[in-house]
Design a protein around this ligand. Structure first.
Ligand SMILES: Cc1cc2nc3c(=O)[nH]c(=O)nc-3n(C[C@H](O)[C@H](O)[C@H](O)COP(=O)(O)O)c2cc1C
Length: 191
């Protein structure tokens, strides 16, 4: 296995979008944990379950106030974690051929964070890389979600690192997808 040269400025943020109950690890996180285990020990990793965060519904103030106050509570934590990471990994099952709602709510906040005075969100996001680790029943029908994430990355000028997909279902089903498990072991070591 090849090793990544560790840059002291690098850190990975894993944002999980599964809505499994607390304490029940889903397939996507299982696959992502295998990918993360290959990263150098000294490279910081932070894991956040978006479904366990208190995320407010997004309000579009673009053409009224035109800017947003600094976020508070879990939104402030998510903004800080997002800005602190060099690499963001969306750990995302496919829900209805699309982005699960906890991730969608988080993504909508990017539109607010772009308009929080002093944050410089867009320019700072352009320095980051975006990865996706996903599971669902069917790879081809995951494509719309992958396209959405790629377009989000492109909108902010992030480096798109592409998706790793495994066949999910009941918890641990992904462990039977030997191709995905093997691919996971080197997925995050690219680039
Ligand atoms: C609300 C919901 C919608 C889903 N929609 C799809 C879908 O559109 N296509 C698909 O292949 N699987 C779909 N699935 C199945 C999940 O993608 C699959 O079970 C996945 O492995 C769950 O990830 P997790 O175990 O990490 O929670 C859906 C599951 C749920 C709960």
């Amino acid at each position: 296995m090849h090793r990544m040269t560790t840059d002291p400025m690098k850190s990975f943020l894993f944002l999980s979008a599964s809505t499994r109950e607390p304490g029940h690890t889903g397939n996507t996180e299982t696959l992502a944990r295998i990918a993360a285990a290959a990263l150098p020990d000294e490279l910081p990793q932070r894991w956040i379950s978006l479904a366990q965060c208190q995320q407010s519904a997004f309000v579009d103030l673009r053409h009224t106030a035109g800017h947003y106050p600094a976020p508070e509570g879990d939104a402030a934590m998510l903004l800080e974690a997002t800005l602190a990471a060099s690499d963001i990994v969306f750990v995302s099952p496919v829900y209805w051929f699309s982005v699960p709602s906890p991730m969608k709510t988080y993504l909508d906040q990017w539109s607010a964070w772009m308009r929080v005075p002093g944050v410089d969100f867009k320019a700072r996001m352009a320095e980051k890389r975006l990865w996706v680790i996903a599971t669902s029943g069917d790879r081809d029908k995951a494509q719309p979600m992958f396209d959405s994430y790629r377009l989000c990355a492109e909108f902010l000028g992030m480096q798109w690192m592409g998706p790793l997909w495994g066949k999910g279902g009941a918890p641990d089903a992904v462990l039977a997808d030997t191709h995905a498990i093997e691919a996971a072991k080197s997925f995050l070591l690219r680039g």
